[in-house]
Design a protein around this ligand. Structure first.
Ligand code: NDP
Ligand code: A1CAB
Length: 262
Protein backbone atom coordinates (compact mmCIF):
# COMPACT_ATOMS: atom_id res chain seq x y z
CA UNK A 1 0.00 0.00 0.00
CA UNK A 2 1.56 3.32 -1.03
CA UNK A 3 -0.49 5.56 1.25
CA UNK A 4 0.53 7.58 4.30
CA UNK A 5 -1.05 6.58 7.59
CA UNK A 6 -1.16 9.26 10.26
CA UNK A 7 -1.92 9.10 13.97
CA UNK A 8 -2.94 12.03 16.11
CA UNK A 9 -1.92 10.71 19.50
CA UNK A 10 0.64 7.97 20.12
CA UNK A 11 -0.57 6.16 23.22
CA UNK A 12 -1.35 2.54 23.99
CA UNK A 13 -3.81 2.01 21.16
CA UNK A 14 -1.78 3.84 18.50
CA UNK A 15 1.35 1.92 19.51
CA UNK A 16 -0.51 -1.40 19.30
CA UNK A 17 -1.68 -0.53 15.77
CA UNK A 18 1.63 0.95 14.56
CA UNK A 19 3.58 -2.01 15.97
CA UNK A 20 1.23 -4.44 14.22
CA UNK A 21 1.41 -2.62 10.88
CA UNK A 22 5.20 -2.50 10.88
CA UNK A 23 5.53 -6.11 11.99
CA UNK A 24 3.24 -7.29 9.18
CA UNK A 25 5.32 -5.24 6.69
CA UNK A 26 2.18 -3.94 5.03
CA UNK A 27 3.67 -0.46 5.18
CA UNK A 28 7.18 0.91 5.50
CA UNK A 29 8.07 3.03 8.53
CA UNK A 30 8.40 6.12 6.33
CA UNK A 31 4.67 5.83 5.47
CA UNK A 32 3.66 6.26 9.12
CA UNK A 33 3.63 9.63 10.86
CA UNK A 34 2.30 10.50 14.27
CA UNK A 35 1.99 13.23 16.87
CA UNK A 36 2.08 13.31 20.66
CA UNK A 37 1.98 15.88 23.41
CA UNK A 38 5.17 15.18 25.35
CA UNK A 39 8.82 14.98 24.36
CA UNK A 40 9.04 11.71 26.24
CA UNK A 41 6.50 10.01 23.91
CA UNK A 42 7.95 11.65 20.80
CA UNK A 43 11.44 10.37 21.61
CA UNK A 44 10.15 6.92 22.59
CA UNK A 45 8.17 6.52 19.32
CA UNK A 46 11.15 7.62 17.20
CA UNK A 47 13.45 5.18 18.98
CA UNK A 48 11.03 2.24 19.20
CA UNK A 49 9.43 2.39 15.74
CA UNK A 50 11.71 4.68 13.70
CA UNK A 51 8.71 6.67 12.44
CA UNK A 52 8.56 10.43 11.91
CA UNK A 53 7.04 12.20 14.91
CA UNK A 54 5.51 15.66 15.07
CA UNK A 55 4.24 18.03 17.71
CA UNK A 56 2.04 19.71 15.12
CA UNK A 57 -1.24 17.82 14.56
CA UNK A 58 -1.95 19.95 11.49
CA UNK A 59 1.20 18.66 9.82
CA UNK A 60 0.15 15.05 10.44
CA UNK A 61 -3.35 15.77 9.13
CA UNK A 62 -2.10 17.47 5.98
CA UNK A 63 0.16 14.55 4.98
CA UNK A 64 -2.06 11.56 5.82
CA UNK A 65 -4.23 9.58 3.41
CA UNK A 66 -5.61 7.64 6.37
CA UNK A 67 -5.82 9.73 9.53
CA UNK A 68 -6.43 8.04 12.89
CA UNK A 69 -7.68 10.12 15.80
CA UNK A 70 -5.96 8.17 18.59
CA UNK A 71 -6.42 10.56 21.52
CA UNK A 72 -8.67 10.08 24.54
CA UNK A 73 -12.36 10.73 23.85
CA UNK A 74 -12.34 14.02 25.80
CA UNK A 75 -9.44 15.31 23.66
CA UNK A 76 -11.30 14.69 20.37
CA UNK A 77 -13.08 18.09 20.22
CA UNK A 78 -9.80 19.94 20.75
CA UNK A 79 -7.80 18.10 18.06
CA UNK A 80 -10.70 18.07 15.59
CA UNK A 81 -10.93 21.85 15.89
CA UNK A 82 -7.15 22.11 15.50
CA UNK A 83 -6.86 20.12 12.26
CA UNK A 84 -10.06 21.46 10.68
CA UNK A 85 -9.12 22.89 7.26
CA UNK A 86 -5.81 20.98 7.21
CA UNK A 87 -6.86 17.55 5.92
CA UNK A 88 -5.11 16.11 2.87
CA UNK A 89 -7.50 16.12 -0.13
CA UNK A 90 -9.47 12.86 -0.34
CA UNK A 91 -8.21 11.58 3.00
CA UNK A 92 -10.15 9.23 5.24
CA UNK A 93 -10.64 9.96 8.93
CA UNK A 94 -10.64 6.92 11.22
CA UNK A 95 -12.04 7.32 14.74
CA UNK A 96 -11.32 4.81 17.51
CA UNK A 97 -13.11 6.36 20.49
CA UNK A 98 -16.37 5.09 22.01
CA UNK A 99 -19.27 7.50 21.64
CA UNK A 100 -17.75 9.55 18.80
CA UNK A 101 -20.22 9.23 15.94
CA UNK A 102 -19.69 9.68 12.23
CA UNK A 103 -21.98 12.71 12.45
CA UNK A 104 -19.73 14.27 15.13
CA UNK A 105 -16.97 14.22 12.51
CA UNK A 106 -18.96 15.30 9.44
CA UNK A 107 -20.55 18.14 11.44
CA UNK A 108 -17.09 19.68 11.72
CA UNK A 109 -15.28 18.57 8.53
CA UNK A 110 -18.25 18.69 6.14
CA UNK A 111 -20.93 16.23 5.15
CA UNK A 112 -18.90 14.72 2.28
CA UNK A 113 -15.96 13.79 4.52
CA UNK A 114 -14.90 10.15 4.32
CA UNK A 115 -15.14 8.66 7.80
CA UNK A 116 -14.62 5.21 9.25
CA UNK A 117 -15.82 4.78 12.81
CA UNK A 118 -13.92 1.91 14.40
CA UNK A 119 -13.44 0.11 17.70
CA UNK A 120 -10.13 -1.79 17.99
CA UNK A 121 -8.62 -3.36 21.12
CA UNK A 122 -5.17 -3.60 22.69
CA UNK A 123 -4.47 -7.30 21.94
CA UNK A 124 -3.59 -5.81 18.53
CA UNK A 125 -0.22 -5.33 20.20
CA UNK A 126 0.43 -9.08 19.81
CA UNK A 127 -1.43 -9.46 16.50
CA UNK A 128 -4.57 -10.84 18.18
CA UNK A 129 -6.77 -7.76 18.09
CA UNK A 130 -10.41 -7.48 17.09
CA UNK A 131 -11.70 -4.43 15.28
CA UNK A 132 -15.21 -3.52 14.23
CA UNK A 133 -15.42 -0.87 11.51
CA UNK A 134 -18.29 1.16 10.20
CA UNK A 135 -17.52 3.29 7.12
CA UNK A 136 -19.82 6.07 5.93
CA UNK A 137 -21.29 6.16 2.42
CA UNK A 138 -18.48 8.35 1.05
CA UNK A 139 -15.87 5.61 1.55
CA UNK A 140 -15.61 3.61 -1.70
CA UNK A 141 -15.46 -0.20 -1.76
CA UNK A 142 -11.79 0.01 -2.72
CA UNK A 143 -11.07 2.37 0.20
CA UNK A 144 -13.00 0.13 2.58
CA UNK A 145 -10.86 -2.76 1.31
CA UNK A 146 -7.71 -0.78 2.16
CA UNK A 147 -9.02 0.11 5.61
CA UNK A 148 -9.75 -3.57 6.24
CA UNK A 149 -6.20 -4.44 5.11
CA UNK A 150 -4.78 -1.86 7.55
CA UNK A 151 -6.70 -3.36 10.48
CA UNK A 152 -5.98 -6.92 9.36
CA UNK A 153 -2.30 -6.20 9.94
CA UNK A 154 -2.95 -6.58 13.67
CA UNK A 155 -6.53 -7.79 14.17
CA UNK A 156 -9.55 -9.66 12.92
CA UNK A 157 -12.05 -7.31 11.30
CA UNK A 158 -15.85 -7.15 11.18
CA UNK A 159 -17.82 -4.54 9.26
CA UNK A 160 -21.03 -3.45 11.02
CA UNK A 161 -23.71 -0.82 10.74
CA UNK A 162 -23.00 2.31 12.78
CA UNK A 163 -26.19 1.63 14.79
CA UNK A 164 -24.31 -1.27 16.45
CA UNK A 165 -21.17 0.68 17.33
CA UNK A 166 -22.22 1.86 20.81
CA UNK A 167 -22.46 -1.83 21.83
CA UNK A 168 -18.96 -2.78 20.65
CA UNK A 169 -16.76 -1.43 23.49
CA UNK A 170 -18.55 -3.77 25.95
CA UNK A 171 -17.90 -6.95 23.98
CA UNK A 172 -14.60 -6.09 22.30
CA UNK A 173 -12.85 -2.77 23.00
CA UNK A 174 -13.14 -2.85 26.80
CA UNK A 175 -13.55 -6.59 27.36
CA UNK A 176 -9.83 -7.50 27.45
CA UNK A 177 -9.76 -5.57 30.76
CA UNK A 178 -12.36 -7.91 32.34
CA UNK A 179 -10.28 -10.89 31.21
CA UNK A 180 -7.12 -9.39 32.73
CA UNK A 181 -8.97 -8.95 36.02
CA UNK A 182 -10.11 -12.57 35.84
CA UNK A 183 -6.57 -13.80 35.10
CA UNK A 184 -5.26 -11.75 38.02
CA UNK A 185 -7.98 -13.19 40.29
CA UNK A 186 -7.23 -16.74 39.12
CA UNK A 187 -3.55 -16.20 39.86
CA UNK A 188 -4.42 -14.84 43.32
CA UNK A 189 -6.47 -17.99 43.94
CA UNK A 190 -3.55 -20.19 42.88
CA UNK A 191 -1.07 -18.24 44.99
CA UNK A 192 -3.46 -18.71 47.94
CA UNK A 193 -3.19 -22.45 47.30
CA UNK A 194 0.63 -22.32 47.23
CA UNK A 195 1.50 -21.90 43.52
CA UNK A 196 4.30 -19.37 42.80
CA UNK A 197 3.01 -16.14 41.22
CA UNK A 198 4.91 -16.40 37.91
CA UNK A 199 3.67 -19.91 37.25
CA UNK A 200 0.17 -18.92 38.34
CA UNK A 201 0.04 -16.21 35.62
CA UNK A 202 1.43 -18.64 33.03
CA UNK A 203 -1.20 -21.27 33.85
CA UNK A 204 -4.10 -18.84 34.07
CA UNK A 205 -3.27 -17.00 30.83
CA UNK A 206 -2.74 -20.23 28.90
CA UNK A 207 -6.10 -21.56 30.16
CA UNK A 208 -7.82 -18.39 28.91
CA UNK A 209 -5.98 -18.50 25.57
CA UNK A 210 -6.81 -22.19 25.11
CA UNK A 211 -10.47 -21.75 26.08
CA UNK A 212 -10.81 -18.80 23.70
CA UNK A 213 -9.34 -20.86 20.85
CA UNK A 214 -11.73 -23.74 21.65
CA UNK A 215 -14.72 -21.41 21.30
CA UNK A 216 -13.37 -19.65 18.21
CA UNK A 217 -11.98 -22.64 16.31
CA UNK A 218 -14.20 -25.65 17.12
CA UNK A 219 -17.63 -24.08 16.67
CA UNK A 220 -18.81 -26.08 19.69
CA UNK A 221 -21.26 -24.16 21.88
CA UNK A 222 -19.51 -22.67 24.98
CA UNK A 223 -22.08 -24.40 27.22
CA UNK A 224 -21.15 -27.78 25.75
CA UNK A 225 -17.42 -27.04 26.14
CA UNK A 226 -18.13 -26.23 29.81
CA UNK A 227 -20.06 -29.52 30.18
CA UNK A 228 -17.06 -31.40 28.78
CA UNK A 229 -14.95 -30.15 31.70
CA UNK A 230 -17.49 -30.90 34.42
CA UNK A 231 -17.21 -34.44 35.86
CA UNK A 232 -20.23 -35.51 37.97
CA UNK A 233 -19.42 -34.66 41.58
CA UNK A 234 -16.06 -33.39 40.32
CA UNK A 235 -13.97 -30.30 41.04
CA UNK A 236 -15.19 -28.16 38.12
CA UNK A 237 -18.92 -28.29 38.78
CA UNK A 238 -18.25 -27.18 42.36
CA UNK A 239 -16.34 -24.20 41.00
CA UNK A 240 -19.14 -23.39 38.52
CA UNK A 241 -21.74 -23.57 41.32
CA UNK A 242 -19.65 -21.20 43.46
CA UNK A 243 -19.32 -18.78 40.52
CA UNK A 244 -23.07 -18.77 39.95
CA UNK A 245 -23.76 -18.33 43.66
CA UNK A 246 -21.78 -15.11 43.33
CA UNK A 247 -23.62 -13.97 40.21
CA UNK A 248 -20.76 -14.51 37.76
CA UNK A 249 -22.78 -14.26 34.54
CA UNK A 250 -24.89 -11.40 35.82
CA UNK A 251 -21.86 -9.44 36.94
CA UNK A 252 -20.43 -9.71 33.40
CA UNK A 253 -23.71 -8.60 31.82
CA UNK A 254 -24.00 -5.70 34.30
CA UNK A 255 -20.40 -4.69 33.56
CA UNK A 256 -21.19 -4.60 29.87
CA UNK A 257 -24.29 -2.48 30.46
CA UNK A 258 -22.14 -0.10 32.53
CA UNK A 259 -20.00 0.74 29.47
CA UNK A 260 -23.00 2.63 28.09
CA UNK A 261 -23.74 4.68 31.19
CA UNK A 262 -23.00 8.39 31.07
N1 NDP B 1 -6.63 1.53 25.39
C1 NDP B 1 -7.57 0.75 24.87
O1 NDP B 1 -7.72 -0.43 25.25
C2 NDP B 1 -8.45 1.26 23.77
C3 NDP B 1 -8.56 2.60 23.50
N2 NDP B 1 -9.43 3.05 22.54
C4 NDP B 1 -9.53 4.48 22.30
O2 NDP B 1 -8.29 4.92 21.77
C5 NDP B 1 -8.07 6.27 22.10
C6 NDP B 1 -6.67 6.42 22.68
O3 NDP B 1 -6.62 5.67 23.89
P1 NDP B 1 -5.22 5.20 24.51
O4 NDP B 1 -4.26 4.89 23.40
O5 NDP B 1 -5.56 4.16 25.49
O6 NDP B 1 -4.80 6.56 25.24
P2 NDP B 1 -3.37 7.02 25.78
O7 NDP B 1 -3.59 7.93 26.93
O8 NDP B 1 -2.47 5.83 25.94
O9 NDP B 1 -2.80 7.88 24.56
C7 NDP B 1 -3.27 9.14 24.20
C8 NDP B 1 -2.23 9.81 23.33
O10 NDP B 1 -2.72 11.07 22.92
C9 NDP B 1 -1.66 12.02 23.01
N3 NDP B 1 -2.26 13.34 23.12
C10 NDP B 1 -2.94 13.90 24.16
N4 NDP B 1 -3.34 15.14 23.84
C11 NDP B 1 -2.94 15.37 22.57
C12 NDP B 1 -3.05 16.46 21.67
N5 NDP B 1 -3.67 17.58 22.02
N6 NDP B 1 -2.49 16.35 20.44
C13 NDP B 1 -1.85 15.20 20.08
N7 NDP B 1 -1.70 14.13 20.87
C14 NDP B 1 -2.25 14.21 22.11
C15 NDP B 1 -0.88 11.59 24.21
O11 NDP B 1 0.43 12.15 24.14
P3 NDP B 1 1.54 11.90 25.31
O12 NDP B 1 1.88 10.43 25.23
O13 NDP B 1 2.68 12.75 24.87
O14 NDP B 1 0.89 12.28 26.59
C16 NDP B 1 -0.89 10.07 24.02
O15 NDP B 1 0.17 9.68 23.15
C17 NDP B 1 -9.18 6.67 23.07
O16 NDP B 1 -10.16 7.41 22.38
C18 NDP B 1 -9.73 5.35 23.54
O17 NDP B 1 -11.08 5.42 23.91
C19 NDP B 1 -10.17 2.20 21.78
C20 NDP B 1 -10.09 0.86 21.99
C21 NDP B 1 -9.26 0.26 23.01
O1 A1CAB C 1 -12.11 2.89 28.07
C1 A1CAB C 1 -11.99 3.41 26.97
O2 A1CAB C 1 -12.38 4.56 26.75
C2 A1CAB C 1 -11.38 2.67 25.81
C3 A1CAB C 1 -12.41 2.24 24.82
C4 A1CAB C 1 -12.36 0.77 24.75
C5 A1CAB C 1 -11.28 0.43 25.64
N1 A1CAB C 1 -10.75 1.46 26.22
Amino acid sequence: MDKNIGFIGSGKMAQAMIGGMLESRMVDKNQILASALTTRTINWMEERYGIEMFRDNKKVASESDYLFFAVKPYVYPEVIEEVKGHLKKGSIIITIAPGVSIKDITDVFGEHTKVVRSMPNTPSFVGEGMTVISPNEHVSDQEQGEVIKIFQAFSQVEVMDEKQMDAIPAISGSSPAYVYVMIEAMADGAVKQGIPRRQAYRLASQAVLGAAKMVRDTDIHPGELKDQVCTPKGTTIKAIAALEENGFRNSIIKAMDATREE
